[in-house]
Ligand binder design. Sequence first.
Ligand code: GDP
Ligand code: MG
Length: 310
Amino acid sequence: MASQLIREWTGIQQFPPVTQTKLIELLGKLKQENVSTLTILVMGKGGVGKSSTVNSIIGERAVAVSAFQSEGPRPVMVSRSRAGFTLNIIDTPGLVEGGYVNDQALEIIKRFLLNKTIDVLLYVDRLDAYRVDNLDRQVVKAITDSFGKEIWRRGVVVLTHAQLSPPDGLNYEDFFSKRSEALMKVVRSGARLRKQDIQDSGIPVVLVENSGRCHKNESDEKILPNGTAWIPNLVKTITDAVSNGSKGILVDKKLIEGPNPNERGKLLIPFILAFQYFFIVKRIQRAIKSDMAKERKAPWESREANRYEP
Ligand code: GDP
Ligand code: MG
């Protein structure tokens, strides 16, 4: 990572002063906890707003955004530093192709991450989607199989397109809670998380509106329909995830080349089978053989004896 060109984080000056103050305060808190680098991995399906969210956080057009899913096949890491603090955000290509999880794309992402530590995972989807399906589950499962379920202790679910008018009869908060509940159900099942795997607070869900037409408050901050200034809110959720007592995920050779980190127990299977073979199957075979040997002593029961009968 040392050879990486780290630019000064000038994009922060694009934010209104109130936002800048909040961000500097949040990063300052991390520095007090001796965290001077933050590496954020952004994943999800294609076209959900991953790249736009990266640009929104950095405050500049650092990665390409496309309305027509023609994103490059490789991850991109954007690094910016400010006052001794380095922010790395890794944008990745969508994980789905032709209705399936693209294993090759996942493999490329894993190799890209080699020797890096993921401090936070942003799992991105859209707020304005009305259903979750098995494909969502598969995407979560693919992430979990690659990095282990511990990654969800550093996970934040990000819902883009947050400036929406819910369909008739639903207010905004109800729509948001229904959508995040449905998505969290899929995340829990795809990641095979039990209640005790996640902290009491669960995986946080945050809203994002990347559109240039996002409403603003009197301090010129981009706000959600509920009035929350979403950029400082997103960064706060990210810094809280770093301080929640869990560990970042070091992507080492063992993790990317070894067995699925959630299924290490399966390594024991050949030994169990060998044990069964030598201590159970062999014994039964011996018992059968000795039975057969005894039977031969009774000629009236053998086939040879029967064959001569009329
Ligand atoms: P990615 O494939 O997940 O990286 O998605 P992109 O960031 O390239 O976005 C796909 C399209 O959705 C682009 O046309 C973006 O302008 C648009 N988009 C992304 N986020 C938002 C959002 O929060 N609100 C709106 N209205 N459009 C968005
Ligand atoms: Mg993209």
